[in-house]
Design a protein around this ligand. Structure first.
Ligand SMILES: [Zn+2]
Ligand SMILES: [Zn+2]
Length: 304
């Protein structure tokens, strides 16, 4: 019997197993797994070693349901718990595997790493500016250390991600049972990196690229432009993939966006959707070659 929801395994062990299985099934992705696997593992290990304090619970928090029903994500109304002190600990954990994974921007990554370790970057100011999208502050900080702004923003996104994921895991349940008909994440407001089909008839769950929260979204509506005209939607899959159309890319010809989608209805074991998205990189390439753009940039779809 298929499950109604996606069953995840986000542990270090689960990721190790998923990476091994990926290489066995798709040996041609060995290089990608070797390059990017350590970053996923480092992120998961950091979360296991530096969990949120016990005091961070939802009992004392109440979500403004009126604002939520008007499309305001949870982080926008409740804010995020301050994670500045732990942020200093994530930098040395994630920057080394990022330097190995993203060799094309290694020089910038080294400048950023040095900026953090020598206090050339004001950590508090830059995290605040990143979360509040204050472009001018970020521009100033990037210029100070001589790094490119897009790379600086990408790195900050990766460094902030484990905190967003941990806080979303606690705050996400506040949205249970509430209606959310938007294509962006009800917790943090970002877009999905990947979707999974689960349960009777294949209900679609979108997984947020930034906080990993997942939410139900109509299978026949485009999450970017809300178009639901079937004739404008189609999908492609990799003929060489051992699972064929079980992994596919859904595209919308109205706004030219695409979204990776996994059919998990026949799946027995829990899945790691980050590893799954990495393993679908050939579909990212295919969609981008056809002129479609992802809903959101991820490490996997930006390097294609
Ligand atoms: Zn989110
Ligand atoms: Zn669209």
């Amino acid at each position: 019997m298929s499950k109604e929801r996606i069953r995840h395994d986000r542990s270090v062990k689960g990721i190790e197993k998923a990476l091994e299985t990926l290489v066995l099934g798709k040996p041609e992705l060995d290089g990608i797994v070797t390059a990017f696997g350590p970053l996923l593992l480092a992120k998961a290990a950091f979360k296991e070693e530096c969990p949120l304090p016990e005091s961070f619970k939802t009992e004392s928090l109440s979500l403004d349901q009126a604002r939520f029903s008007q499309g305001e994500p949870v982080f926008a109304s409740l804010g995020m718990m301050d994670f500045q002190d732990d942020f200093k600990r994530v930098v040395p954990r994630l920057l080394p595997p990022m330097k190995d994974a993203f060799v094309g921007i290694r020089e910038d990554l080294e400048k950023i790493e040095k900026g953090f370790s020598t206090h050339g970057i004001d950590t508090h100011e830059c995290v605040r500016a990143f979360l509040n999208d204050q472009q001018q502050v970020l521009e100033k900080q990037a210029a100070q250390i001589g790094a490119s702004l897009p790379v600086f923003q990408f790195v900050l996104g990766q460094l902030v991600k484990p905190f967003m994921e941990m806080q979303a895991a606690v705050l996400g349940p506040l949205t249970e049972g509430l209606q959310w008909l938007h294509g962006y994440c009800p917790v943090c407001g970002s877009h999905a990196a990947i979707a999974g089909l689960a349960g009777e008839g294949g209900k679609r769950w979108l997984q947020c690229a930034h906080c990993n929260h997942e939410w139900r979204f109509n299978r026949h509506t485009c999450p970017r432009c809300n178009d639901s005209d079937h004739s404008k939607h189609e999908y492609f899959f990799d003929e060489n993939s051992p699972v064929k159309a079980g992994e596919r890319v859904d595209v919308c010809n109205e706004c030219r966006s695409y979204l990776l989608t996994m059919d998990l209805r026949e799946r027995i074991d829990p899945v790691n959707m980050d590893v799954a998205a990495m393993g679908m990189m050939p579909l990212d390439i295919l969609a981008q070659q056809k002129g479609y753009t992802p809903l959101v940039s991820t490490p996997w779809n930006s390097v294609t």
